[in-house]
Design a protein around this ligand. Structure first.
Ligand SMILES: Cc1cc2nc3c(=O)[nH]c(=O)nc-3n(C[C@H](O)[C@H](O)[C@H](O)COP(=O)(O)O)c2cc1C
Length: 214
């Protein structure tokens, strides 16, 4: 093999690896955790965005980064999350960020998003007009396949619902600190969510949370 061919193959392999890494996920900016309002003052005014005039302002990537980190990000090195998990297991609730640009799965390990679809599927996941117009709707989905012996407590996804309660409360507080409103919603188009987010058969949609900048 000539030297030219070897060089060509080397660059081809490097390019292929770089391209596949770029497709593997979109790294989120590091969450900016400092400053902002304290937790007690945020608790004093925690409220859901009202359905009638739910804000529709855009949410920046920096803001989404903080919100997703608050929902289930790592906070103590490689193991330990912003929310308590049964048996200290890794988060068994997946979060999808659904925007007009597509739906993206949050990866807490990498603090990154990976695209599930590039289509606007907001009207497939919720029948509520104000939520369909939101710049971002978080969808919480149980992912309890790896719970091992903890799954005996898991009738009806109990553990996943408990976890999603903690996660969404963190979202309420982090979002409000950024001037963003959220609303916990159990009503959603469950079959639409399954299809739009290409869920596996064991995955169970738990709730949705539209977000909008005030
Ligand atoms: C389990 C649960 C389910 C909810 N489901 C919906 C829903 O499907 N649609 C909706 O608009 N709000 C929903 N909400 C929001 C409540 O209506 C809201 O939290 C309540 O009116 C109290 O308002 P606050 O959050 O501002 O205190 C839900 C809240 C909880 C806790």
């Amino acid at each position: 093999m000539s030297r030219k061919t070897v060089l060509f193959l080397f660059f081809l392999i490097c390019f292929t690896i770089a391209a596949s890494e770029a497709l593997a996920g979109v790294k989120l900016p590091d969450p900016k955790k400092g400053g902002g309002e304290g937790v007690f003052s945020l608790l004093e005014k925690r409220a859901s965005g009202t359905r009638g005039d739910f804000p529709a302002g855009e949410i920046s990537r920096d803001e989404l980064s903080v919100i997703l980190w608050a929902a289930s990000g790592l906070n103590r090195g490689g193991k330990g999350w912003t929310v308590p998990m049964a048996g200290g297991k890794p988060p068994y609730v997946k979060i999808y960020a659904v925007t007009p640009d597509g739906a993206f799965l949050y990866d807490w390990k990498e603090h990154s998003l990976s695209e599930v679809t590039g289509e606007n599927v907001l009207s497939e996941i919720t029948g509520d007009g104000f939520a369909q117009k939101a710049p971002c709707v978080l969808v919480f989905v149980s992912d309890t396949g790896d719970l091992g012996n903890m799954s005996s407590f898991n009738a009806g996804d109990t553990l996943a619902y408990i976890a999603s309660g903690a996660m969404t409360q963190n979202v309420y507080l982090a979002a409000d600190a950024l001037g963003i409103s959220g609303r916990y919603m159990i009503s959603m188009k469950t079959d639409g969510v399954r299809q739009a987010l290409k869920l596996q058969s064991g995955d169970n949609p738990l709730c949705v949370m539209p977000l909008g900048k005030r």
